[in-house]
Design a protein. Structure first.
Length: 581
């Protein structure tokens, strides 16, 4: 958008702004800035809270700001004097300018490729892929070939396109290259993700795929040694990787104390915001390789910026060999793949075609009235309840019985209700309340928070328990009548007493944002009834639907779906511009 200082775009009263933007405006006035800058700063702060790091302006605005002592340019910027920066046609808070500048500088330096000592040959690809890569795996093979010798590489693609399986082979190629350049020494590899749940899924998927490749009897001995060197690599959150200092802020690792790693892989990179990416690139040793993995078409981070999307856009334009986009889905049903493609493109006509072709795998149902919504929730709760009962969720349970715990966890992971909003009739809180009522009644529990079959989601990382924000567990009742909460783990189910859990809430329905990094066999998406709702977007619809492997239900008026398809998230940022520059 473009702002003009004509008295209409920016009102002279600061009362229209929230407390934080008002405080920023007062800061400007207290430090000698003028009223135009104060109002603009308030508006930029408001936009920053919505994820925008850059505010496009017109020539009139620049003339007003040119002489303000609090405003600098990229060339004149002084952090001791300037709280804001004018760059090109954009206006930025100083911290956003610094973060984008530092990220762009760091990634730009990494784009200079290192000499390649051990290039990947066709024979190497055949060894890693168990034969000549199929046409469907051609892009995966290209990623393995290209990553060698690079200190920055991005692998992007939708669900089921084989990102994690490709990462294992990419790391094998990087490990062999590192050993060739360092007298046989294997690299120090670190795997990380923005959330604990995503890190656990990455670790489990990585370990399983490594075993699959290594178990090939025809795998040449040199590659078998490489795969053996990758055994036991765990994954952690980015915050833990960098040594977050908790309430005090900051990280243990940074420019003065680089992370002891030769290769760092970050999964679900679309969830990484500007401050965290800046902290990550600051902590990497200059010679380390950074591999970013994620779906650039998903929802952007909750925080400021759209880092992965900006990086992909810039690399495609300026260094296309440093990015590979996987497109063939090995996992989703074909009709769902067509639906995902239509949503990604924002094509309403293609969406309807894919929906019709999918038959029962894609259901669009009215859920605008109270009666419609209640019927949908009751039917969903009944199906979920039956699946959990069949898995043994309500039977007396022996805590040593891992098989039953796995079966119950798998049953719950088979279906997930997602919502756009938390509050109101179409929010996840109300949906949880209704489903819980049905589950509590079936368990024979009149009231109380704990009953067999209850699903809970952790809402805060907890180092003591090892549970992370986003972890989902199911309550089982042991033979003594005590409720225990079972969570999935890489080496088997983890069992906790309810009192030992960190902050948590019910998980029969969760927001789309909380579902990122997860997958389910069936997904139902509850949309708000208002087509103009501020949270509706193409990326939200895409993120929600791509959580499903086999079937989706969309509850809402068709007009709401069309509105979401027509509304892509367009965050105003300067990172891509700086990378290209």
């Amino acid at each position: 958008m473009s702002l003009r200082f004509d008295g209409t775009a920016l009102d002279s009263r600061l009362a229209e702004f929230a407390p934080l933007p008002r405080a920023v405006a007062r800061f400007v006035l207290a430090h000698g800035g003028g009223w135009p800058l104060a109002k603009l700063a308030a508006f930029a702060t408001e936009r920053d809270l919505d994820g925008h790091s850059d505010l496009p302006l017109d020539a009139d605005a620049f003339r007003v700001l040119a002489e303000d002592p609090l405003v600098g340019t990229p060339e004149s910027f002084d952090p001791t004097r300037h709280a804001f920066v004018v760059d090109g046609d954009g206006f930025q808070l100083a911290r956003n300018f610094r973060q984008e500048r530092d990220i762009a500088d760091a990634l730009g330096r990494r784009l200079a490729a290192s000499p390649v000592v051990a290039p990947i040959t066709d024979a190497d690809l055949a060894a890693l892929f168990g034969g000549e890569p199929s046409p469907e795996a051609a892009r995966q093979a290209e990623a393995v070939r290209r990553v060698v010798g690079r200190r920055l590489f991005v692998l992007t693609g939708g669900p089921g396109t084989g990102k994690t399986t490709t990462v294992v082979r990419m790391l094998a190629a990087l490990a062999r290259e590192h050993a060739a350049r360092h007298a046989g020494a294997w690299p120090r590899v670190r795997l990380a993700a923005p959330t604990g749940k995503a890190a656990q899924r990455l670790e489990a998927a990585f370990a399983a795929e490594r075993v699959t490749i290594a178990s090939n009897r025809d795998l040449p001995a040199p590659w078998a040694a490489v795969l053996a060197a990758l055994d036991g690599i765990g994954a952690t959150t980015i915050h833990r990787l960098l040594g977050a200092r908790g309430a005090g802020g900051g990280f243990a690792h940074g420019p003065d104390e680089p992370l002891p790693a030769d290769v760092v892989v970050v999964d679900e990179a679309s969830m990484v915001d500007l401050p965290l990416m800046r902290a990550l690139v600051d902590a990497l040793a200059p010679e380390a390789s950074l591999v970013l993995v994620g779906d650039a078409d998903q929802l952007t981070s909750i925080g400021t910026g759209s880092v992965l999307r900006d990086v992909v856009d810039a690399l495609v334009a300026m260094s296309p060999d440093a990015v590979v986009r996987l497109e063939h889905s090995f996992r989703a049903e074909r009709q769902l793949a067509a639906l995902y493609a239509a949503v990604r493109a924002g094509d309403a006509s293609a969406f309807e075609t894919a929906r019709a072709a999918a038959g029962a795998a894609v259901v669009v149902a009215e859920a605008t009235s109270t009666g419609d919504l209640r019927r949908r929730l009751e039917a969903w709760a009944e199906s979920l309840k039956n699946e959990l009962i069949a898995a043994g969720a309500l039977d007396p349970w022996d805590p040593a019985d891992d098989a039953t715990a796995r079966r119950v966890l798998d049953a719950f992971a088979g279906r997930q209700l997602l919502g756009v909003v938390r509050e109101g009739r179409h929010g996840v809180i109300a949906a949880n309340r209704m489903i819980e009522s049905a589950m509590r009644a079936r368990a024979g529990v009149a009231n109380g928070s704990w009953y067999p079959g209850r699903a809970v989601i952790v809402t805060r990382n907890d180092a003591a328990s090892g549970l992370a924000n986003g972890d989902v567990g199911i309550v089982l009742r042991d033979r003594a009548g005590r409720c225990q909460v079972v969570f999935p783990g890489v080496e088997g189910p983890r069992v906790f007493a309810p009192a030992a859990l960190p902050e948590h809430e019910s998980a029969f329905a969760i927001t789309v944002h909380k579902s990122q990094g997860s997958e389910y066999r069936r997904v139902a998406l509850l949309l708000p009834p208002n087509p103009g709702h501020e949270l509706l977007s193409r990326e939200l619809l895409y993120t929600a639907l791509t959580r499903a492997r086999h079937a989706v239900e969309i509850w809402g008026a068709p007009g709401v779906i069309d509105a979401a398809l027509a509304c892509p998230v367009e965050r105003a940022t300067g990172l891509a511009r700086r990378l290209r520059g």
